[in-house]
Design a binder for this molecule. Sequence first.
Ligand SMILES: Nc1ncnc2c1ncn2[C@@H]1O[C@H](COP(=O)(O)OP(=O)(O)OP(=O)(O)O)[C@@H](O)[C@H]1O
Length: 341
Amino acid sequence: MIQIKELSKIYHSGAGEVKALDNISLHVKKGEIYGIIGFSGAGKSTLIRCINMLEKPTSGSIKVNGQEITTLDEQALRTARKKIGMIFQHFNLLSSRTVFGNVAFPLEISGVPKDQIKTKVNNLLELVGLADKAKAYPSQLSGGQKQRVGIARALANDPAVLLCDEATSALDPATTHSILELLKDINRQLDLTILMITHEMKVISEICDSVAVIEKGKIIEEGLVIDVFTQPKHPTTRRFVQTIINTDVPDNVLERVLEKGQGQIVRVSFIGDSTAEPVISTLVKHFNVDVNILYGSIDQIQDTPFGMLIIECLGSPANCQKAVDYLVKQGLRIEVLKHVS
Ligand SMILES: Nc1ncnc2c1ncn2[C@@H]1O[C@H](COP(=O)(O)OP(=O)(O)OP(=O)(O)O)[C@@H](O)[C@H]1O
C-alpha cells in the first residue's frame, strides 16, 4: 500500500546540510498497522511529511496505493492527498467550527452535496463515538475527544491510508489507550492501512503489526513487532524495548554469579502459550544443575502473551550447556547473559 524506495531528504540551512532521511526503503502492506519509532530528530516527521508530499524528497520513490506521488503536479497531488488521511499530535482542528463543521470541511472542499455530507459526517461521528458532540466546539472537548474529531475528519474522504503523526503524544495513558483502541477498530472495520510515527514503544506494542526503528535518517531495524520485541538487535531498539519490558539484569546481580563460581545467567523468553513441559524442574532433575529465578514477567504484545524469565543456572559448564540446549529444544528463546566457568 505504501512503498518507499531509496528515499532521501536533505535540508539546506545556514548551518549547512542536514540529511534528515538517508536512503530509506520500506513497504507497508494493505490493511496493516505499521509503526515507525525513533528518538527526537531521527527523521520521523520528515518521513511522514514526505509521504503526503508536504515535504518534497531530495531523491527516491514513494508509491501510495500503486501511484508514484513524488512526480505528481499540483492538481494531481491535491486529488492524491484526498486518499491520504492524516491526524496530528495537536489535532489541528478549526476552532471556529463545530465538531460537525470540522468533519464536514474536507467534504465541502471536495464539493460533496450537502445531504450526502450530513449522512457521511453523522456516520463518522457515530464511528468515533462522538454522535452527541456534533454541535460542540473544539474548546469544549477533552484532548481525547479532539483526537476523535481529527480521526473522523481524516476518514471523511475514504482514504486508502491513514498517517498518524505522534497522534497520542499529547494524551494521558488512559486516553491514549482508548484512541489506540479506536484506531485498531477502524483498521479492522475498514481494512484501513495505518502508518504511525511515535517515540513511544507502548504505542507500537499496543496496536502495530510491524515496526521500523529510525535513527539519524536511517532505518536501523525493521520487522514484525513480536520479533523486534523479543529479539531486538540494534542497541537503540533495545533501549526502546526496555522502556516497557525490563530486559536488563542489574550489574550487581550478574556479579553474584562470579562470586558463586560456575554457572550462567540465562534469559528465557516464550511467545504465545507457555511450554507444556515443567522445564525448570526438569533442568534440576535431569541436568544436575541448580536453578534460581532472578526475574520474571509476562507482557502482552497486541493479543499475544510474551513471557520472560531470567534464571541463574549453577553447575559445571558441561551441565549448564546441556540444560541450555534442552531449553532451546523446548522451543524457548534463549540468551546467555553471563557465562562463568
Ligand atoms: N525545515 C528544516 N530545515 C532544516 N533542518 C530540518 C528541517 N526540518 C527538520 N530538520 C532536521 O532534520 C532532522 C530530522 O528532523 P525531524 O523533525 O524529521 O525529526 P523527528 O524524528 O520528527 O523529531 P521530533 O520527534 O523531535 O519531531 C533533524 O536534525 C532536524 O533538525
